[in-house]
Design a protein around this ligand. Structure first.
Ligand code: FES
Length: 189
């Protein structure tokens, strides 16, 4: 049996189809950062029970135009808000990159706060190696072609990647992959 709630969410009565809110519904939640959905939770008796849940959503923010991006020239922006540690860059690397968008899948974006102890990675992009770093504090360096994975230094977590969408020529930030340094929730500064 399928129910439709006020958010347009389709939920089945079976736990394995817990909730089918699609990505668009998450992204276009009228600017709200949370909304309620019904999800199916398994009970002790192997049945499913519909329970309410709050879902946090990222803002969909226009951050640039594909036609205006020059290879290896980063463009700065703030995401997901303008609070602490939200400095980020958008860059066209010129090589296919993990999570990249555009015809060459080479446009990526990253938060600029080092995951080790919060050093600023501002102005540290190295086009010759496609990395951000070294961090001025303890030299951590991150590969922007491989989802911001650490390639050297003291950190042990990848640099958070900003998820992107391309709509015509417009580039939108739509989410984050990884926790921003200094936050316990990316959406609460
Ligand atoms: S704060 Fe960046 S390596 Fe320590």
């Amino acid at each position: 049996m399928t129910d439709q709630n006020a958010n347009g969410c389709s939920c089945s009565g079976k736990a394995k189809k817990a909730c089918t809110v699609n990505r668009r519904q998450f992204l276009f939640a009228s600017g709200a950062t949370t909304f309620a959905v019904m999800v199916a939770m398994p009970t002790r008796h192997g049945q499913a029970e519909q329970v309410p849940a709050l879902v946090s959503t990222y803002p969909r923010k226009l951050i640039g135009k594909l036609s205006e991006l020059e290879q290896d020239v980063p463009v700065e922006f703030y995401y997901p808000d303008e609070g602490d540690y939200s400095d980020s860059i958008l860059v066209r690397t010129g090589v296919e990159s993990g999570g990249g968008i555009g015809p060459q899948k080479d446009v990526v974006a990253f938060n600029l706060t080092c995951t080790h102890q919060g050093g600023s990675m501002y102005d540290s992009y190295k086009p010759e190696h496609k990395v951000l770093g070294p961090c001025p504090l303890h030299l951590s360096t991150y590969d922007v072609t491989r989802h911001g994975i650490l390639v050297s230094g003291q950190a042990y977590q990848s640099l958070p990647q900003v998820l992107l969408e391309l709509d015509g020529d417009d580039i939108y930030a739509v989410g984050m992959f990884g926790l921003i340094y200094g936050r316990y929730d990316n959406l609460i500064a």
